[in-house]
Design a protein around this ligand. Sequence first.
Ligand code: NAI
Length: 337
Amino acid sequence: MFSRIVRPTLNTARKFSTSQQNNYRVTVCGAAGGIGQPLSLLLKLNPLVTELNCYDIAPFTPGVACDLSHIETASKVKGFAGQESLKDALSNAEVVVIPAGVPRKPGMTRDDLFGSNANVVKTIFECATEACPDAIFCIITNPVNSCVPIACEVMKKANKLNPRRIFGVSTLDIVRANTFVGEMCGVNPKEMNVPVIGGHSGITIVPLFSRATPKVSIPKDKLDALTKRVQEAGTEVVKAKVGHGSATLSMAYAGARFANSIMRGLKGESNVIECCYVQSDVTEAAYFSNPVLLGKAGLEKNLGIGEINAYEKDLVSKALPELKKEIAKGVDWVKSQ
Ligand code: NAI
């Protein structure tokens, strides 16, 4: 089934062009942060972006935008600092990418960020219900497993929910799985495509090595360690950065790859498929990540889990209770507000 898939890549260099095209207005919320800055840089280089609005509560955000605006690509960059400018930053946006919020420190789980980041996501979506309800939203802020339900509940309260246009970005898990298995099996990671399903935290991250393309054979005694490495890769970076944040550069790459796929879908390109975390009836969890076909509607078709082996079924069954707990936490929190 996956042999026909056109692997999404982020090859801005090859398509690099300074000519103006009628493409997309993109807003980055959290644009001054560790992810936000390199992500905005990659979006500035993407010829599918016409306007790039950089929003953050940090007062130096207009400086980030000024810096980016000197790059010789045709898109226009504007900076917006402070919550009072959020509505202007979001107004008329077609794609909104959200890496706003606090990252992990050593010893923290993604769920430990809930207290700080739930409000960040709520505030942005409350404003979006008025400023750009029809945009496509790509949520990077952790805990993704709870933040996507929060976003959907806020939109639902305002009668503006379109679940085909709200995505949790789990692309970094796929990028990591591709890299680790490619290195292990001597395949160029660029050629690898490993679907990763479930959610985006610890055991909810379920890499499907049985469905990797090209086909790879992973020795049984190495499979557990490889699976665990993908599940704990974020923590590997948190530890290595010794208190100075979590993955930023690889996440900026992953976020830019996902936004690029969203825009290719919007443009009508066929066969654009990404694993991402969306409202779902594929499993008993109300939100789940698996391959979806992207298109003009955003999520054009949920492709489901597909065939998986006994080892992977076991991982899914372990993931579901945790995932359901984190989803309920987000939903209940919005209801309690
Ligand atoms: P950071 O602290 O370097 O940057 C976050 C930025 O958000 C800061 O510039 C801050 O001023 C801004 N911010 C905070 N509250 C805001 C608000 N209410 N409105 C607008 N901007 C606001 O953090 P970093 O490393 O960029 O991480 C951002 C988020 O991304 C974290 O929650 C982190 O856990 C998450 N993340 C997600 C990944 C994924 O795979 N989905 C991977 C890595 C990180």
